[in-house]
Structures are given as structure tokens and as C-alpha cells.
Design a protein around this ligand. Structure first.
Ligand code: NAD
Ligand code: DAU
Length: 345
């Protein structure tokens, strides 16, 4: 089976590529990634050597029609589409690239899949398309989409384009909507890796607003296993929610992270907790997310396996073990490396 993964050099994409190559010897992976600020070749370091002929990296843009069409013309059995601009705060500052990549890039992929008769297409959407919840209840697949940030609006547009291509053109697309992922290789602009690496640097830990916004947290490996399940068995035209069954207020989550960090470092948690600083809230900050993922549990037999205590243990251990990885990102050194490697290509 030949899989086209888009955005495989990002956080979830890299975890997914590693999982597929490790556990599916019959699968070969083509990874199309533009290497934006969030894409990092180091996330897939060693993959070429370990999995030899089963992995190919192509630096390219999902908005580039000839490149995408050329790849799908080579006989791809399935697309798993991760590539996106993914950070809400950046979308508030500058929405253009979110529309270009998230909406335009998805359209390019869908058209090429249609033209080339690609038999399977998994669209990695997000719970943020549903908007924000009050104190009770959880997102279900049949709820209306009410995105609140430019990021989530662009993902909702892409998500609904997938529906349209399936209903109107018969393209076999399956959509997944997952909650907040955490784990290895997450770019340190997102809450947990930002707090963890800032704490290690003795820098302030900026918690937005009152810190009581609620997210549902899922360990990235659980998400990737859910995507594999959807790739194998998901019904075309369907949407599947994935979640971690782990709702936490941000301030509670950050406290748990810092206590785990202190434990692994043999330090006093107060040294880290005292770095927390409440800052101006994110505009339009969604108050609460929670996931009802009964559908994928019942239909496809998937549920999350890693609880928060175990996930935080793994997360802290990984970042302590991979200091060079995150320090190079924070210092910008990895960008210099790409510039020299790709200049003129
Ligand atoms: P990320 O920002 O870490 O990675 C995005 C990757 O896409 C990078 O490697 C980047 O170089 C690549 N990319 C960006 N624009 C591209 C383009 N035009 N052409 C080709 N490649 C491009 O993101 P992530 O957190 O790994 O998220 C991956 C996907 O999962 C996104 O679609 C996101 O919306 C979705 N998602 C994320 C979460 C989460 O908690 N992180 C939860 C649910 C869904
Ligand atoms: O829910 C899924 C989404 O989760 C994905 O679709 C997005 O791609 C991903 O970025 C993530 O979005 P969030 O906005 O929820 O993640 P972020 O890590 O930016 O923020 C998590 C929570 O922490 C949110 O309530 C905002 C808050 N926060 C975030 C940052 C970066 C802070 O309080 N301080 C911060 O510095």
C-alpha cells in the first residue's frame, strides 16, 4: 500500500509516519511537506535509514497543483492530509496563509484525488470547528460547526469541502475531528511544550486570561492509532470525533505538568509554579471543548489508551531527553540549516 502523507514533518504527522512505518511493513509512505516554520526534518531523523525504501520525502506545497497532481498520478492508495497552518494565535495575527494552505491546499488535494481516482482520503480536521461549549455537554459529529478563530474557520471550510466532494462527486473522503494533542515533537509554541521548555529556561509561563479555559487532552500516539483505524475501516462520507476523555482547565494542566517536571528533575515544584504569569486573554478564546467519541468507539473499536498521568510522564521524559531538538527550534538554528540546505532548490 502506498500512502501520501501531507505535513509529515510536523508534530502529529511525524508521529503518524513513524507509527505506520514501524507497525505496517506492507505500507510505503510519501511525505509531502513544505517545511514551514513548523515543519522540521529532525522530527523524522533516522527514518530514511531505518525504513529504507519504504519512505520518501518531497519538499513541496499542497497548494502546488502540478506537484500534487504528479504525486497522485503515481498511484497513491490513500491520502492522509495533515498539512496545515495549525496555531490559533498566529491566525489572529495574519489569516491569509491559513486560508491559502488550509482551504486552498485541501481543495487542490481533493481535485487531484478526484482526477486520479484516489481510493481513500482521510482529512485530519479538529474539534475547534464546533466552536465553544458551555459548562455542560460534549461535541457530537452531528452538531453544527461554529468556528471562532480564523484558524478554526479555515479548518471548518476544509472539513466541509471534504463533505461536498464526497456528496457531490462521490470522492471517498473520511473526516476526523480530534481534540488537543500532546507528546513528542510538538512545536514549543503550543501550551504544554511552551510551558515545559520555558520552565527549564527559568522564563515566565504565560497563562491566558483566568487560566480556566477547558481543553480535552489526548496523547498523540492515541490520535495516530485512531487515524490508522479510520484509514482501515472508516466509512466514506462519515465524520469521526476522537478525544482523550481528559478535560482539564489550563491552569490545572500546567500545574500537573510542572509537578511532573519537578519530580523528574528532583526539584521543588514551587520553583516552577512561581514562574506562572497570568497575561491578557487570547481574543475570542473558546471557553471549553469536550468530545463525545462514542461513534468511533462503537463503530471502529477505538478508544484512547494513555491517561494523563502516564502521558505527562512520557512528555516530560521526552523533552528532557531531547534538549537539543527544542533548543535548536527556540534559537532558530534549525531554520538556518534549512536555508543552507534548500537554497536554490
Ligand atoms: P504542525 O503545525 O506541527 O505541522 C504542520 C505541518 O504541515 C508542518 O510540517 C508544515 O511544514 C506542514 N505544512 C504547512 N503548510 C504546508 C503546505 N502549504 N504544504 C505542505 N506542507 C505544509 O501541526 P500539527 O499540530 O501536527 O497538526 C497537524 C494537523 O492536525 C493539522 O491539520 C491540524 O489542524 C490537525 N489537528 C491538530 C491538533 C493538535 O492538537 N495539534 C488537533 C486536531 C487536529
Ligand atoms: O483542539 C485542537 C486544536 O488544539 C488544534 O486544532 C490546533 O491545531 C492546536 O494548536 C490546538 O489549539 P489550541 O488553541 O487549543 O492550543 P494551544 O496550545 O495554542 O492552547 C491551548 C490552551 O492554552 C488554550 O486555551 C490557550 C491556552 N494558552 C496557550 C498558549 C500558547 C495559554 O494559556 N498560554 C499560551 O501561551
Amino acid at each position: 500500500m502506498k500512502l501520501l502523507v501531507t505535513g509529515g514533518c510536523g508534530f502529529i504527522g511525524a508521529n503518524f509516519v513513524r507509527l505506520v512505518l514501524e507497525e505496517r511493513p506492507e505500507v510505503s509512505v510519501v511525505n509531502l511537506d513544505k517545511l514551514t516554520y513548523a515543519g522540521n526534518l529532525a522530527n523524522l531523523a533516522g527514518v530514511d535509514e531505518t525504513y529504507g525504501g519504504r519512505y520518501r520525502f518531497i519538499r513541496g506545497d499542497v497548494c502546488d497543483e502540478p506537484v500534487v497532481d504528479g504525486l497522485l498520478a503515481q498511484g497513491i492508495d490513500a491520502v492522509v492530509h495533515f498539512a496545515a497552518e495549525s496555531h490559533v494565535d498566529r491566525s489572529i495575527e495574519a489569516a491569509g496563509v491559513f486560508i491559502d494552505t488550509n482551504v486552498g491546499g485541501t481543495r487542490v488535494l481533493l481535485d487531484a484525488a478526484q482526477r486520479r481516482g484516489t481510493p481513500r482520503f482521510v482529512m485530519v480536521s479538529t474539534d475547534e470547528v464546533y466552536g465553544s461549549l458551555g459548562p455542560e455537554g460534549a461535541f457530537r459529529e452531528d452538531m453544527p460547526l461554529k468556528p471562532n478563530s480564523p484558524y478554526s474557520a479555515s479548518k471548518a471550510a476544509a472539513d466541509l469541502l471534504c463533505r461536498a466532494y464526497c456528496v457531490t462527486n462521490g470522492l471517498p473522503v473520511v473526516v476526523t475531528r480530534c481534540s488537543n494533542n500532546y507528546g513528542p515533537y510538538q512545536f514549543p509554541e503550543k501550551l504544554l511544550p511552551l510551558m515545559l521548555t520555558n520552565a527549564l529556561e527559568g522564563a515566565p509561563l504565560p497563562v491566558y486570561g483566568d487560566g480556566r479555559n477547558v481543553r480535552d487532552w489526548i496523547y498523540v500516539e492515541d490520535h495516530c492509532r485512531g487515524l490508522l483505524r479510520v484509514l482501515d475501516k472508516g466509512r466514506p462520507g462519515e465524520v469521526y470525533n476522537l478525544g482523550g476523555a481528559c478535560e482539564r482547565e489550563n491552569i490545572e494542566l500546567v500545574g500537573g505538568l510542572l509537578r511532573e517536571l519537578a519530580r523528574q528533575k528532583g526539584q521543588d515544584a514551587e520553583d516552577y509554579l512561581s514562574l506562572i504569569s497570568f497575561v491578557t486573554d487570547r481574543p475570542g478564546h473558546d471557553r471549553r471543548y469536550a468530545m463525545d467519541f462514542t461513534k468511533i468507539e462503537q463503530e471502529l473499536g477505538w478508544s484512547p489508551q494513555v491517561d494523563l498521568a502516564e502521558g505527562l510522564r512520557r512528555l516530560v521524559a521526552w523533552y528532557l531527553d531531547h534538549e537539543t531538538w527544542w533548543r535548536e527550534i527556540k534559537s532558530g538554528a534549525y531554520r538556518d540549516y534549512y536555508r543552507s540546505m534548500y537554497e536554490g532548490r
